[in-house]
Design a protein around this ligand. Structure first.
Ligand SMILES: [Zn+2]
Length: 270
């Protein structure tokens, strides 16, 4: 499932390509991905300019000229593709937005994922329970220390809890814990101050590095896209069961914590 780095890469690429473009045609092949009737969706989105593209947690936020927001969550298996006018895609999109220049933005495979139209108040309500953005100024060492001390659960599932910190999932929680040198089954309130510092610096470091490398999801965003998915070969522990640790040459193992898969190095994570 895409996490902050993958959604940031989409956000950046969309910002470069579709801002100030007008939506001139919409195809809806999966009504269940929407929160409103298709006719209302067309009414609110068609003929609108794309004003801005942003992100909150794992959500993509497209601001429309009429003040409404198109909010996308890709969940498992969903992806986004921008097709040139001449391109014929083999995949059918769940929702397709066509622009004045003939390019088409495909939201593909929104089976669990969705694309909702919300006004500002509805959007604020939707995001009210999300934790802070780990790449924002609201995420501080003091905040992390205080909030870890109040949690009795293990650190791996806690890092993926969207109400604790927004935007981190299964892949980057493993990468972050490796970066911080912490075992995934450590109790959150038993992590000592020195380790909290390690965790605090690992979180933005791991996320920023992954963004710079294009995230780990290998499906391209557009033709000749060399960026998207570039981080896959830089992952240190995620999906590397049985392979040697890059830090200590120990063997990466896979465990399950509260139903979450967790890859880690038992030799150099404490
Ligand atoms: Zn190791």
């Amino acid at each position: 499932m895409p996490e902050i780095p993958e959604m940031e890469v989409y956000k950046n690429q969309l910002s470069e390509t579709v801002i100030h473009k007008k939506v001139t045609e919409i195809t809806i092949n999966r009504e269940r991905a929407l929160n409103i009737e298709p006719e209302v969706f067309l009414e609110l989105v068609n003929d609108q300019l794309i004003v801005y593209v942003s992100r909150r947690g794992k959500h993509l936020i497209v601001t429309l000229g009429n003040g409404y927001y198109l909010i996308g969550h890709l969940m498992l298996g969903g992806r986004i593709y921008l097709a040139e006018p001449s391109e014929k895609l083999k995949t059918q999109g769940s929702v397709i937005l066509e622009f004045l220049d003939g390019r088409k933005l495909y939201f593909i495979n929104l089976r669990l994922g969705w694309l909702h139209v919300l006004n500002e108040e509805e959007m604020d309500r939707r995001f009210a329970k999300l934790g802070p953005e780990p790449l924002s100024e609201f995420f501080t060492l003091e905040w992390l220390s205080e909030n870890l001390s109040q949690r009795r659960g293990t650190i791996k599932p806690l890092l993926t809890d969207q109400g604790f910190i927004a935007g981190i999932g299964n892949c980057y929680s493993d990468e972050i814990l490796f970066g911080a040198g912490l075992k995934p089954d450590r109790k959150a309130n038993e992590i000592n101050p020195k380790e909290i510092k390690q965790l605090f610096s690992a979180i933005p470091k791991v996320l920023r590095e992954a963004i710079a490398n294009g995230g780990y999801m290998e499906k391209p965003f557009r033709l000749h896209d060399q960026l998207t998915g570039g981080h896959n070969e830089h992952l240190k522990v995620y999906d590397r069961e049985g392979q040697p640790c890059f830090r200590c040459k120990g063997k990466i193992v896979l465990t399950t914590l509260s139903g979450k898969k967790s890859f880690f190095c038992p030799s150099c994570q404490q």
